[in-house]
Design a protein around this ligand. Structure first.
Ligand code: ADP
Length: 199
C-alpha cells in the first residue's frame, strides 16, 4: 500500500508478550445458532480461565455490532465483513498473547474459513455449540425466533437463512440438559495444553 510504513519490527514481539502474560495466545472461535449458548459458555470459560490466572478477552458479535460493526447489516456481504473485522481484532489480540474468545453465529463454512485464514490455523480453535434448533427456539432468550417466525426478521439463521454445521470443529458441544459451567470445563480441559506457557 502507498505511503503506509508498518513498524512491526520496532514493537514488542509476540513471545515477549507471551512471556509477560505467562500464557500462549490463541483464539477460541465459538460458532452455532442464536441461543445455542455461545455467549453464556464464552463467559463461563473466561471466568474459569481468569480465576486460574489467564488473561482473556471476549469478542462478542452482538457487542461489536453496537460499535465497530454498527454500520453493518445482515446481507451476505455485510456478514462477511463482520467476520473479517472480528477476525482481524482476534488476530491482533492473539498476536499479543491474549486468549481471544470470539462468539459469533458465523453460519457458513466460508465465513469460518475466512476467520481461520486471517487468524492463522495454528491459532484458531473452532468450537461448535451444536444445540439443536428446536432447543434454541424453545429457549428463545431474545425473542428473535418468534419474531423470525412472524416474518419480522428476514435472513434469520436457522429459520430463513442457512446454518452449515462445521465439518471438522476442534470441539463440539450440545448444551441440552447440561450446565454452562460443565460445558466450559470440557472446553478448558481440551484447550489447556494450547495456552500453557512453557519456556
Ligand atoms: P448465543 O450466544 O449462542 O446466542 P446465549 O448464550 O445468549 O446464546 O443464550 C443461551 C441461553 O441458553 C441462555 O439463556 C442460557 O442460560 C441457556 N442455557 C441453558 N443451558 C445452557 C448450557 N448448558 N450452556 C449455555 N447456555 C445454556
Amino acid at each position: 500500500m502507498k505511503n503506509i510504513y508498518p513498524t512491526f519490527h520496532t514493537i514488542q514481539s509476540r513471545s515477549d508478550k507471551e512471556q509477560q502474560l505467562r500464557q500462549r495466545g490463541v483464539t477460541l472461535w465459538f460458532t452455532g445458532l442464536s441461543g445455542s449458548g455461545k455467549s453464556t459458555i464464552a463467559a463461563a470459560v473466561e471466568r474459569h480461565l481468569a480465576d486460574s490466572g489467564y488473561y482473556c478477552c471476549i469478542v462478542d458479535g452482538d457487542n461489536l455490532r453496537h460499535g465497530i460493526n454498527s454500520d453493518l447489516g445482515f446481507s451476505a456481504a455485510e456478514r462477511e465483513e463482520n467476520i473479517r473485522r472480528t477476525a482481524e481484532i482476534c488476530r491482533l489480540m492473539t498476536q499479543n498473547g491474549i486468549i481471544a474468545i470470539a462468539s459469533l453465529v458465523s453460519p457458513t463454512e466460508q465465513m469460518r474459513e475466512l476467520a481461520r485464514t486471517i487468524i492463522g490455523s495454528s491459532d484458531f480453535i473452532e468450537i461448535y455449540i451444536s444445540t439443536p434448533l428446536a432447543e434454541c427456539e424453545a429457549r428463545d432468550v431474545k425473542g428473535l425466533y418468534a419474531a423470525a417466525r412472524r416474518g419480522e426478521i428476514t435472513d434469520f439463521t436457522g429459520i430463513s437463512a442457512p446454518f452449515e454445521p462445521p465439518m471438522h470443529p476442534d470441539i463440539t458441544i450440545d448444551t441440552t440438559g447440561t450446565t454452562a459451567v460443565s460445558c466450559a470445563e470440557q472446553i478448558i480441559q481440551t484447550i489447556k495444553s494450547r495456552i500453557e506457557y512453557e519456556l
